[in-house]
Design a protein around this ligand. Structure first.
Ligand code: AMP
Ligand code: ZN
Length: 114
């Protein structure tokens, strides 16, 4: 999608600290990190919110979660713990309308979230 911030990051039109890329996924550091490790795992294909996901995306979503766990492991947080979050629409505070899986690790995270 031409005017989507995260599509622009995938196309390298906007810089990001890239952590992983394959033919379907892209992962990069969040610009406003909320933990020592705060990464965003996104599909290269534009999907606006979790409400727009269909059954054809099941494998893609699985890959996103598995990739987040692998990134956490690479940084040494697998045993200590980490959090993965999708925000969807207004009440959850979604600000970028290209689905992204937040990966947070490196500090004790509160529950329930605010
Ligand atoms: P959400 O509130 O779930 O939509 O999360 C959007 C996330 O994107 C926020 O954590 C922002 O800090 C992050 N973000 C916004 N712009 C950029 C950018 N140019 N590079 C990296 N992360 C960004
Ligand atoms: Zn997009």
């Amino acid at each position: 999608m031409s005017d989507c911030l995260f599509c622009k990051i995938v196309r390298r039109e906007i810089p990001a600290n890239v952590l992983f890329e394959d033919d379907r996924l892209f992962a990069f550091e969040d610009i406003n990190p909320q933990a020592p490790l705060h990464a965003l795992v996104i599909p290269k294909a534009h999907i606006a919110t979790l409400n727009d996901v269909t059954s054809k995306d099941d494998a893609l979503l699985g890959e996103m979660l598995r990739r987040a766990a692998l990134l956490a492991r690479e940084r040494g947080y697998a045993d200590r713990g980490f959090r993965t979050v999708f925000n969807a629409n207004r009440d959850a505070g979604q600000t970028v309308f290209h689905i992204h899986l937040h990966l947070l690790a490196g500090r004790s995270l509160h529950w329930p979230p605010g």
